[in-house]
Every structure is written in C-alpha cells, then in structure tokens.
Write a protein that binds this ligand. Sequence first.
Ligand code: NDP
Length: 429
Amino acid sequence: MKSSRIPGFYNLSVEQRRDLLKKELDFSAEELSSLYIKEPLSTETADKMIENVIGTFQLPFGLGLNFLINGKDYVIPMVIEEASVVASASHIAKIVRSAGGFHTEATERVMIGQIQVVGCSDFHAAKQAILNEKEVLINAANAAYPSIVSRGGGAEDLDVRILNEDSDSSYGKMLVVHMYINTCDAMGANIINTMVESVAPIVEEITNGKVYLRILSNYADKCLARARCVIPPELLSTGDYSGEEVRDGVIHAYEFAASDPYRAVTHNKGIMNGIDPVVIATGNDWRAVEAGSHAYAARHGSYGSMTTWSKDQAGNLVGEIELPMSIGTVGGATRVHPLAELSLSLMSIESAKELAQVIVAVGLAQNLGALKALATDGIQKGHMALHSRSVAIAAGASGEMIDIIAEKLIEEKEIRVGKAKELVEEYTK
Ligand code: NDP
C-alpha cells in the first residue's frame, strides 16, 4: 500500500476516486470490479444468506483516509448512512499521522463458549469433577472441530463458576463451564457452538446435572484489541482555540463520560460510529461487536467510557481504547459479500488480529473527532454542513440540484427539510 494520505480526495467525483485507487494505490481493475456491479450482492446470494428475502439493501461505501497504524498505511472501508463520520475519522487520522500514527496491539484470539449445568446435587463436587476431567473435555471439544486445531487453534483451557449458590430458587442455582477456544482468523461462533454442544453430554455425565444452554459468549474479554495515540497540543489547535484548550476540553469531555452513564452512552455511540462501519464493510457481525463493547464499558461495575484521554508529562494528549473484538477475516459473510472481500483487500489485511487493531484505531479516531468538535465549535457546525445534502435529497432534490440546494441551506443557515422543500419548489418552477 502506498500512502493513505490522499489530499483532495473529498473534492473528486466518484469515478475519479475509483481511478485514483487504481493509478495511485495499485489496485487492479479486477480487484475493484465489484464496485462497478449494479447489484454487488446478488439477490440469488442474498436469498441463500437469510430467510424470506425480497431484495437487497444498499448503504454508502466510503474510505477513511490518512490512517497510519503501527507504521503501516491503511485506507479504511467504511459503510455507513450518517454524514460527517468518514470526514471526521480522516481528519483525526491526519492529525495522529503527524504525531507518528496509532500504536495498536491485540491479545490472542481466544473466545469463550459457555455450558450451563443445573440440578447438580452438590455443585462444588460437580465443579471439581469438571476440573479433574479438563483434559478429557478439551480433547473432546477439539475432536469435534479438528480443522481449527490443525490451523493452530482450538479449545485451550476451561474454567468453572457456580452462580447463585445461595439462591432459594432451584432455577437460579447453576454451574457455568467456560471453554476458552482460539478461533484463529474466524469470529468463531459456529466453531465454538459446535464444540460446546459436542461436549455437553460428557459434562452431564461428569456432573450428574442437566445441561441447558451451550453457546458462545459475546462478552469476548479474552479477545481484546487496543489502540493508543499521543498528540502534541500544537497539532490540535483549531480556529480560535489553542491546542492546549482543545486538549483540556477533550480530557474534560472524557471525564464527563467516565462519570455519567447518560453521557457515556452518547460518547460510546460516537466510538461505534467509527467501529461499526468497518465491521459492516468487512462482512462481520456488528451486533456481536456492539454487545461485547458496551458490556466491556461496564466491566468496572458501572457503564463508562470505552476510551481514556489524559495528558502526559510533556503536555501531550494521550488517547487509549481497549475493546473485545470478535471479528474475523474468514467465515460468516466475510467471503460471501463481494464488497466485504474488497474491503479486506483495500486494507491488505493479513489476519483477524490485524483487522481487530485497525477497527479499534478507527474507534479511537472517531471519538477524538467528536470530542474535539464538542469541546470547541460544537458538533452541529461541521455535521449540518455535511448533512445538508441528505436534507436536500429528503426534500426531493436530485442530480445537480442536490449541491445547489445544499449550499443554499448552508448559506441561509437553515438546514431543515421544510426549508429545503421551499427551495426545491422555487428551483423547479
Ligand atoms: P464459519 O462457520 O463460517 O467458520 C469459519 C470457518 O472458516 C472455520 O470453521 C474454518 O473451517 C474456516 N477457516 C479458513 N481459514 C481459517 C483461519 N485462518 N482461521 C479460522 N478459520 C478458518 O464462521 P464463524 O464460526 O466464524 O461464525 C461466524 C458467524 O456466526 C457470523 O456470521 C455470526 O453472525 C454467526 N453467529 C453469531 C452468533 C453470536 O454472535 N452470538 C451466534 C451464532 C452465529 P475449516 O477449518 O473447516 O476450513
């Protein structure tokens, strides 16, 4: 990949942007071919993916630019319907790039499979019995999915917890087995579910209990990705605001989110504005990532910020994010949707571990974009200007009229559908 810093990309036409990807970034016409197909995900394929299909549903596919992560350039595929997200991510990535880029890391890709056991006569004895037969259970799980073992993954360990030990209700008392499974480059839901279902009868035999649920946990707290950036204040100055003022505003904004769930939910929604578009573009399960991320934000006992922002001794702004990232570069829809395949090749992604790190870096960038705007001019100035085109379309504008009406809305500082309708009427008279 050549540099992801592509000045003026925003001002090009869609055709010119595609040409530039070929000429400047060395993507072949064949690699980009799915961009030109009218229905990239065919109705026939869609009909095999889910039930009761009547068609497909398209969303805008944009590129987050300027990303430098662990010294590697990335153009980031982002699929999202909301204006200003891609622009904001690219803006922050450009600042962070000047500060050396994002630094990221990830744990091994260990996911959790849960087995619920109820009705044991002695839960402590049952727990010990499972721990005594750990090897047997791990071997049985691996025998149920040998191909993941030959890829270097598979069940590695297990743990047992007793829940609601003192509960009066026999429904509440249970044993939960956690099987730790390395799913390599897959998200792993099917791998894990196959494994835990296959060992359930052995668990029943060992515990003399009854197994009910056997399924992965989306709280993937052993499959984490982290990103960090350190930004000198001079790179943060904007308009009338000094870099120090922006830095302090960002830290105050973070402290607000860290202390108040009402703010944290919105703060984290802004982070998911960056994360979801990449998860979707790569054909991954965004509900799994959403659920795991929000749960992780509450791991200290109350719901808080997914990021932290602080000042180091030199006065730099330091941003960090750590989230469970149960995504894959194989499996699910990653190799079924042609644009998901293209997304992976746009980033030259080698592994799920690498993809997880890219995704959290985009989340961190998106968070800073929102906090920087909120702590200075407010979010509406930039957002509404970009939103004006959607407003124009909603009011019935089409073709060249869209930009004309959008500009007029900005000029008149009235970015509303009602106003846009008046302008469309005037224009079409
Ligand atoms: P798949 O069932 O498609 O399995 C991935 C397969 O890819 C592996 O079994 C493996 O098969 C093959 N593979 C090829 N190369 C690799 C590699 N390098 N690393 C790992 N596997 C490789 O996908 P997942 O098990 O990942 O399941 C994901 C899907 O499950 C998603 O669509 C998700 O929406 C869905 N799901 C999610 C749930 C949840 O989140 N709660 C619940 C149920 C389903 P082989 O080795 O045989 O080639």
